[in-house]
Write a protein that binds this ligand. Structure first.
Ligand code: SF4
Ligand code: SF4
Length: 157
C-alpha cells in the first residue's frame, strides 16, 4: 500500500514511481546474485533480534522510502527487536526487507562475500540518487521507524 506521507517524510514523493521501479529491480538482481552463492539460512530470526545478536540494522534512505511506500502499517519498535517479526518469529515483510536483511547470513557459503554483495547494491543506489540530485544517507532502522511513525523527518534532510 502506498504511503504518500512516508514518501514525503523521506523526500521521495516527487519520484515515487521511479524509485519503486528502481528498488524493485535492484532487490530482484541482488536476490538472484545471493541465490547463486547458495548460502543457508535456518530462518531462526536471531539476527532480527538486535539485542540478542548484538548488532544494529542500518538502511539507506531510498530503502526506507521503498519500505514506507509498501508496508501496510508503519510500526514503532517497542524493544530492540524488529517490529516486523511476528509471534512465530517470522519476518512479515520479507519481499520488501532491506538490503542488509538480504545479504546477511550467519553461516555464509564458501566464497560468498556479504560486503561485496552489499557494496554493489549501494553503488547502484548512489548512482541513481546522484543522477537525480537526491541525497544518499544511511539511517538506523529502529530509530527511523520511530521517527516515521511519529510523523518526523528522518536523516540528513
Ligand atoms: S542468518 Fe542466521 S541468525 Fe539470521 S535468520 Fe538465518 S540462521 Fe538465523
Ligand atoms: S525486516 Fe524482516 S528480516 Fe529484516 S530485521 Fe525485520 S523481521 Fe528481520
Amino acid at each position: 500500500m502506498l504511503s504518500p506521507a512516508g514518501l514525503d517524510q523521506l523526500g521521495f514523493a516527487s519520484i515515487g514511481d521511479e524509485m519503486i521501479d528502481f528498488v524493485t529491480g535492484l532487490y530482484r538482481e541482488l536476490d538472484a546474485r545471493i541465490a547463486d552463492a547458495d548460502s543457508r539460512c535456518a530462518n531462526c530470526q536471531l539476527c532480527c533480534n538486535f539485542a540478542r545478536a548484538r548488532h544494529r540494522l542500518f538502511v539507506t534512505n531510498i530503502e526506507l522510502a521503498y519500505f514506507a511506500a509498501h508496508v501496510d502499517r508503519l510500526r514503532s519498535p517497542a524493544a530492540a527487536t524488529c517490529p516486523y517479526l511476528d509471534q512465530a518469529q517470522a519476518c512479515t515483510v520479507r519481499p520488501i526487507r532491506p538490503i542488509a536483511c538480504r545479504t546477511y547470513f550467519c553461516q555464509p557459503a564458501e566464497g560468498y562475500d556479504p560486503a561485496q554483495a552489499t557494496e554493489q547494491a549501494l553503488s547502484e543506489i548512489k548512482g541513481f540518487l546522484n543522477d537525480r540530485g537526491l541525497p544518499y544517507y544511511y539511517v538506523e532502522w529502529l530509530e527511523s521507524l520511530r521517527r516515521l511513525t511519529a510523523g518526523l523527518t528522518v536523516g540528513a534532510r
